[in-house]
Design a protein around this ligand. Structure first.
Ligand SMILES: [Zn+2]
Length: 381
């Protein structure tokens, strides 16, 4: 199954077995960077290390058997699916003891890893979704227009239009009235073409809920085309593609992804700037693990910011799902808390539960100076 929505992640995050652990497995199989052999070797190494960890963990026999069953199934599945999809990432969640299995094809490559825990390790999934923009690429010339949707590592042709616009009148030719008349006629047809393109683009935006519009057209036509766009669409333009309507889906994907990387970096930078300026004026932000967890627990976090390379152990109250760094007893309900391998993973889940935003920030950034984690707040305490 392809990972497409946050609902899939939320459903996965809810799975919990009273008896067994969940195996979460991520594989980077980005064939633009790695050979088939390298991917196969990485798979073999991760599973080998996983088997060693199971043996060394001192678990009871039933738990051990369930985890070993997970690894066997993952091995068989991956061997069959490494090259099966063009998407650069694969994630598998398995709990053999409960006969639970869920796999996802991922639109961007995760860090390869294997995690055994009480719940599915979903942080990388929410990071991929959070990063992925739903883009519309529009390629236009004087006669044609093609629309592509670009999302999660895939470009698909959505629609195409051909208009009957006469060719350009030769420049520098004679200046007779007939030539002027033909030119005016041609101009009017061209404007009609752009008007149709603008209307169809608006309809597609409404139907597909795109985040951005990427525009492939010549500089000459751009002002005329944009003059027909609804203000809503003008606001959605995020850049230009150097492609013509005949371009393939692969070319569209490649150029759109390049542009998207630049856009993401600048989005992250501006969010971190806002965060730092709130912190510096003592406004609506907190930094560091302790304060961030406290504000997440109380539901005050508007957006959780977490550096991609940051993980830390912590503790979770199984009853109220509140998060702590070292409290052995939950201060809210006095029940004993449980150790978790990565409290940031839990923090991401809690943030999703409480309808807070989550932003994964690529290192290095100014967030590093503030403990690699922080939150913008809904209101001041
Ligand atoms: Zn509690």
């Amino acid at each position: 199954m392809k990972l497409e929505t946050l609902k899939q992640v939320e459903k996965l995050a809810k799975f919990h077995s009273p008896k067994f652990l969940v195996t979460s497995f991520y594989l980077d199989r980005d064939k633009s960077r790695l050979t088939k052999k390298e991917i196969g070797l990485a798979l073999k190494n991760i599973l080998h290390q996983g088997r060693q960890r199971i043996q060394e963990a001192g678990l009871n026999k039933a738990l051990q058997e369930s985890l070993a069953g997970d690894l066997d199934k993952i091995n068989v599945f991956c061997t069959q699916h490494i090259l099966g999809s063009i998407l650069p990432g694969l994630a598998v969640f398995s709990c053999h003891g409960e006969k639970y299995w869920q796999d996802f094809d991922l639109g961007s490559a995760p860090r390869s890893r294997l995690v055994f825990d009480l719940n599915a390790f979903v942080k990388p999934l929410s990071a991929i979704l959070d990063e992925s923009h739903r883009m519309c690429a529009l390629l236009v010339d004087r006669r044609e227009a093609n629309w592509f949707s670009v999302h999660l590592g895939e470009a698909k042709l959505l629609d195409r239009l051909k208009s009957d616009v006469p060719g350009k009148v030769r420049e520098g030719g004679f200046e007779g009235t007939e030539a002027k008349r033909i030119e005016r006629h041609g101009e009017a047809r061209l404007m009609e073409h752009f008007k149709k393109v603008a209307a169809l683009t608006f309809d597609l935006f409404k139907a597909h809920n795109f985040d951005f519009l990427l525009l492939g057209c010549t500089e000459e036509h751009r002002p005329d085309l944009e003059s027909h766009f609804h203000p809503y669409l003008k606001n959605k333009i995020r850049g230009g593609l150097k492609l013509k309507p005949g371009a393939s889906a692969d070319q569209v994907l490649l150029e759109s992804n390049e542009l998207d990387k630049i856009l993401k970096k600048s989005e992250e930078d501006s969010l971190v700037s806002r965060f730092v300026s709130e912190l510096e004026k003592g406004g609506l932000a907190v930094s560091g693990l302790r304060d961030t967890l406290r504000r997440l627990n109380s539901g005050e976090a508007l957006v959780l910011l977490v550096s991609r390379d940051y993980s830390a152990p912590g503790r979770l109250c199984p009853r109220c799902r509140l998060l702590y760094i070292e409290d052995k007893t939950c201060p809210a309900c006095q029940k004993p808390t449980e150790a978790v391998v990565d409290i940031l993973d839990e923090a991401v889940e809690l943030a999703l539960d409480k309808k807070s935003g989550v932003k994964h920030i690529s290192p290095s950034s100014r967030l590093d100076h503030y403990g690699k984690v922080g939150a913008l707040l809904r209101y001041k305490a």
